[in-house]
Design a protein around this ligand. Sequence first.
Ligand code: C2E
Ligand code: MG
Ligand code: MG
Ligand code: MG
Length: 293
Amino acid sequence: AAKRSGKGTFRFFNDEMQKELNAAKALEKDIDDAITLGQFKPVFQPQMDALTGRIIGVEVLVRWHHPQRGILLPGDFLDVAANLGRMPEITRLVLDQAFQAASEWKSQGIDFGRIAVNFSGHDLMWNGFFRNIAQLAHEHGLACDHISVEVVESVAIRSDNEQSARALYELRKLGIRIEIDDFGTGFASLSHLNRNLFDRVKVDRQFIANIDTCERSRIIVDSIIRLASALKLEVVAEGMERQEEIDTLLQLGCTQFQGNAIAPPMPRTVAKDWLATHCGTGRLPDALVVETH
Ligand code: C2E
Ligand code: MG
Ligand code: MG
Ligand code: MG
């Protein structure tokens, strides 16, 4: 019996592994179609500054509208796409749609600040990619000073990698802002912040979730805010879902917010209505209304 169950267990793991492998293989096969058929679409998540009551930016996040599996999140497919070397194409498709939307909103008088796009290490290594962004922005009549680029710490600090450092430098010369995403989760030595290459740090959600009850998170975020402000960098907090998290961040002096408590990532038409409402009137989402005396 023992032998049989051992064998069964072995076969069970094999089946699971085989399933995962097949799923990844199926995705690989689907990516070609997805690119050709335009199944990659942007969603948009607003950023607000509670101090001024203004919308200061909108982050672009990719979604894959898969015909069988529904809407897939970046975590479901970005690694597969990157391993296949298809990220630059996907980035371009998403940017094209996002810049088009941004340009349309601007021309309708919706002042949402900057459109923020995410770049992977692969994107930065793509030869001439920064010229492509500028070109794409130009084609859509979108000024470079209405764009910001987010890179995760590990990419931002890769000073051993001349090509990506140069790409960031070139972007910044165009008026595009550079931000460090998921700040606090990577391996950045804090001295990298002092290179005068970055404009803002985005504090990762792992420190924001439950910041009201977790003292360690509060200490970490407090020190990030102090350091950033001493270096004249802006700080935005990511992923707040509850009022108590917002209140704690305000107490710590963080006033820039991007998270579901303000607004979730939204498809283009929904985002436009949300932005038109909140940009036009300067009306804060309820979560950000601070009592004044
Ligand atoms: P990120 O740039 O740090 O984006 C923020 C992530 O946090 C998004 O996940 C967003 O949906 C999620 N988020 C925002 N507010 C909340 C909240 O209140 N609660 C929770 N639980 N989550 C919240 P998403 O869309 O799954 O994207 C994951 C990551 O994938 C992004 O992290 C970014 O690194 C990457 N990514 C997304 N779109 C693109 C893209 O077009 N190109 C590249 N290269 N990477 C992308
Ligand atoms: Mg980001
Ligand atoms: Mg992030
Ligand atoms: Mg992230």
